[in-house]
Design a protein around this ligand. Sequence first.
Ligand code: UN1
Length: 494
Amino acid sequence: MHTDLLAEFGIAPAGPNVVRSPIDGAEIGRIAYDDAAAIAAKIAASVAAFRQWREVPAPKRGELVRLFGEELRVNKAALGRLVTVENGKILQEGLGEVQEMIDICDFAVGLSRQLYGLTIASERPGHRMMETWHPAGPVAVISAFNFPVAVWAWNAALAFVCGDSVLWKPSKKTPLTALATQALFARAAAKFGEAPAALSQIVLATREAGDLLTKDPRIPVVSATGSTAMGRVLGPAVAARFGKSILELGGNNAMIVCPSAKLDLAERAILFAAVGTAGQRCTSLRRLFVHDSIYDKLLAALKLHYGKLAIGDPLAKTTLVGPLIDRAAFEAMEHALAQAVREGGKVTGGGRVLEAEYPGAAYVRPAIAEMPKQTPIVMQETFAPILYVMRYRDFGEALAAHNAAPQGLSSCIFTRDLQEAERFLAAAGSDCGIANVNIGPSGAEIGGAFGGEKETGGGRESGSDCWKAYMRRQTATINYSDALPLAQGIEFGE
Ligand code: UN1
C-alpha cells in the first residue's frame, strides 16, 4: 500500500530502526540514528557552511529558497501524500502542510531583499548611527511529528535567507518526510550551484543525542517545537550557554461563543479546530466556553456533527479524522477522559474504532466532555481530539476562565458584538500569542508571527518580523568629523 513513496524523492534510507505508518502500522521505511561522533561532524560541517553562506548576498540566498519553493510546488502531491502516510493527517491537510512550506518560501524570498536595519539620529555632531542585521550562525531546528515539515520550513526558509546554516532534528516518529524534504532541497541546491554542501543537514537522533545540539555554543539559535516538558529542559540548557531559543510548546486553545455568534460558522470552526488533524495540532481547539443562552442549541448541533464524522483512512477523500500518531496517544486520551469523568464531566464519544480493520493503528472517536468548570484535566494539553465544554453567563468570567490556563498559544471568540470582540483583543483580553475573531484557533497563515505566551514558551516563528531571531543585530556609530565628542557630553582629559 505504501510502497515507492520514497523512490519519488530518489532516496532509500536504511538502518536498524523501523518507521511505521500510523494508518495501519505497516513498515514504510528504515533509518539509522546518528551517533555522537556523526553529530559532532555535522555540527562542524554546519559551522563551515555558515562561514561560506554568510558571505553570499541576501537576495542571492533568496534565489536558493525560490528554487526550493519551486521543487515543493512540483512535488506537492508526493510530499503531501508522504506527510499523510507518515503522520496520519488527512490528505487535504498533508497537502496544506506542503502549501504552508511553499508560502513561507515565497515570504522568505521577498524578505531576502528586506532585511532592514534602522538609522538612528546621533546626539553627536558629525556622527551617524545605524544598525545592521548579520547572519547569526548555525540554527538547530527541532521539530515535532504533528507538523513534520512545515514548522521546519518556517524556520529554515528564514534562516537560509538570513545567511544561516540549518541542522534539523526531526521527530523520531516522522523522519522520512524530513529526508524527502532534504532531497528536494538538495535538488534546489544543485540548480543553484553555489550552496555549501552542509547548508542544510538532518540529524536523526534520539532526544539524548539531540542534547548535543542544544548544548553546543557554536549553535547560537535553537528553535524547538514540542511539549512544555521538553521546553522546560531545553530552554535552560540553551540559556545556560547564552544561546537563544525559540520555543513553541504546548497549547490549550479556547473559543468563547457569545450570544450574537453566527452559530453555523462557529460549528464549522469548532469541528475543524477540535477534530481536524485528530486534535493533534498545537493550535487545536481544546476548551469551549459557550454562553448559557445558546449552550443547549450549540451542543446539540455539535453532537450531531460528531456522530456523523467520517473516521478512517486519511488517504480516502471523504475522511475527516485520521488515526492518532500511536498507541500511547490513544492511551493518553483514555486517561484524560477517565479523569474528566472523575472530575464531574459528561463524555460523549471517545474510545477506539476500526480496531478489527487496523489492529496496528489507533483510530478514535473524537470526544466532547461537558465539564462543570475548569477542572485540573481541562488545564492540561492532551494531544487528542477531546473538546472540554463549559457554560458561562458573564463575559468577564468567561474571559478570566479563558486566561486561567497555563498555556497561551491561540484563542478566539465568535461574536457579532463589537464590544465583546474588542474586549477580547484588548490589553485585558486574551493573553495568547494568537487571538482571532470569528475564526477558529487553528490554521494560521504564515504571514503573521506564530507562537504564544506562558507555558507555550514565548517564541515566535514564521511571518512578521520573526526573521530577526535568526540574525544578530549590530549597532554601528560612525564619526565623520575631525573631533572626538563623547556621548552624554562627558569630558575626559583635554
Ligand atoms: C503546530 O501545530 O505546531 O496554525 C503548528 C496552524 C498551523 C500550524 C500549526 N498553521 O494550525
